[in-house]
Ligand binder design. Structure first.
Ligand code: SOE
Length: 394
């Protein structure tokens, strides 16, 4: 390729669902966006040599390592992309940042506030040397969500009063679904709360431009024991046969209310037991001048009610967020042809590469990830104390 842009080698740790979708993003981003740097899919790391080599061949990685520490040591790796369960985020991210590698880390940032704080400290040390870090809250990069943020910032909703956020899935509703890592506290940190509740907390703070100041919540675990899982079992695992079982150590559902720094009140619901709902990440915001509503299951649409119109004309209308002038959309297909889940990750790595290339701070930062982590911890604390109101430390 005749290309004068600096090439940046990417090393990715983990190759399950998130690794696959991140690979797709690294592979496609340069074909659709004009970037200041050129990503090279240099190395994939995973514990099993055979499985990692097979994944690397499928997903387009040039080399493999079986220890992430060796991946970080390599000179052909400039960016480390962490797609592992939460229990290893802090160790990998801190080692990579201290070694001078830019880091993209899957969400939630960590399993505990203490780990997230240590990661923010490492990110700040690294930033002083021009090394960038970002947490992968991909839904910020849904064009409709980015448009919603713009409309709120432009004052189209006026003063914000309500946020109603939900993340509804049903992939563990079957009691025979196995005990995958996402259902184990030592690996995942928490259940629906951290895995999908973290997305709606981040999306709320991103769209409104306000932060949560306090929460009151409940959590529930509906199924306490599940069949043991194969190590590689993921979201699409079928029901496991009869055999040994293990204990579910995380929440199946989390519900909480909160107050936002700008005066709005918010409700949140995160569950993997909403039968029939597959990936319904929804947010509705009501302001003095209008309202917005979004559902990821129809991710190319944003619904807007302009409350300044006469009542006879007003009402929710659909904006099809596929115009060239909409965030990210112009890089892809003609209007109306629509984007999917994977595009949010292409947008994420595009923004990350632009920040690295232009020497600016990518967003969401590790500090943003820590802010979400504090909300998750406050919800857990509240739930453990009869839903007591729990302030979020600033
Ligand atoms: C599983 O609940 C999961 O894959 C999450 O881990 C992702 O963050 C979300 O985007 C889709 O669902």
């Amino acid at each position: 390729m005749s290309d004068n842009r600096p090439a940046l080698g990417v090393g990715m740790v983990g190759y399950a669902f998130m690794g696959r979708v991140h690979s797709q993003a690294w592979r496609s981003v340069g074909a659709f966006f004009d970037l200041p740097v050129a990503p090279v899919m240099a190395v994939l790391s995973g514990r099993s040599k055979d499985r990692t080599s097979a994944a690397a061949a499928d997903l387009g990685w040039a080399a493999v390592e079986t220890d992430w520490k060796d991946l970080i040591k390599r000179d052909d790796v400039d960016i480390v992309d962490i797609c592992t369960p939460g229990d290893s985020h802090a160790e990998i991210a801190i080692a990579a940042l201290d070694a001078g590698k830019h880091v993209l880390c899957e969400k939630p940032l960590a399993n505990t506030v203490a780990e997230a704080e240590a990661m923010v400290a490492a990110a700040e040390r690294a930033a002083a040397r021009g090394v960038r870090s970002m947490v992968a809250f991909n839904y910020r990069r849904v064009p409709a969500i980015a448009l919603a943020r713009q409309m709120v910032a432009e004052g189209r909703l006026g003063e914000l009063r309500h946020v109603r956020a939900q993340y509804l899935q049903d992939w563990i509703a079957d009691p025979d679904f196995p005990l995958v890592w996402r259902l184990q506290k030592d690996k995942a940190g928490s259940g629906a709360l951290g895995d999908i509740g973290s997305h709606i907390v981040d999306t709320t703070q991103f769209v409104t431009g306000q932060t949560l100041t306090g929460v009151s919540g409940i959590t529930e675990t509906f199924i306490g024991d599940r069949p043991l899982a194969e190590e590689s079992a993921g979201l699409a695992a079928g029901a496991a046969g009869a055999g040994s079982t293990g204990t579910v150590t995380v929440d199946d559902a989390a519900l909480f209310v909160g107050r936002l720094s700008g005066g709005a009140v918010a409700s949140f619901e995160a569950t993997r037991f909403a039968t029939g709902r597959k990936n319904a990440m929804r947010i509705e915001i009501n302001g003095s001048r209008g309202s917005l509503a979004f559902d990821f299951e129809s991710m190319n649409e944003l619904w807007f009610h302009d409350h300044t119109l006469a009542a006879e004309e007003a009402g929710f209308r659909r904006i099809l967020v596929t115009e060239a002038g909409h965030p990210y959309a112009g890089a892809w297909w003609p209007p109306g042809h629509g984007l999917g889940y994977e595009h949010t990750f292409s947008h994420e790595v595009k923004d990350f590469l632009e920040a690295i290339g232009t020497g600016s701070d990518p967003s969401p930062s590790f500090a943003d990830g820590l802010r979400v982590q504090r909300v998750l911890a406050a919800v857990e604390e509240s739930a453990a104390n009869e839903s007591r109101w729990t302030p979020i430390p600033r």
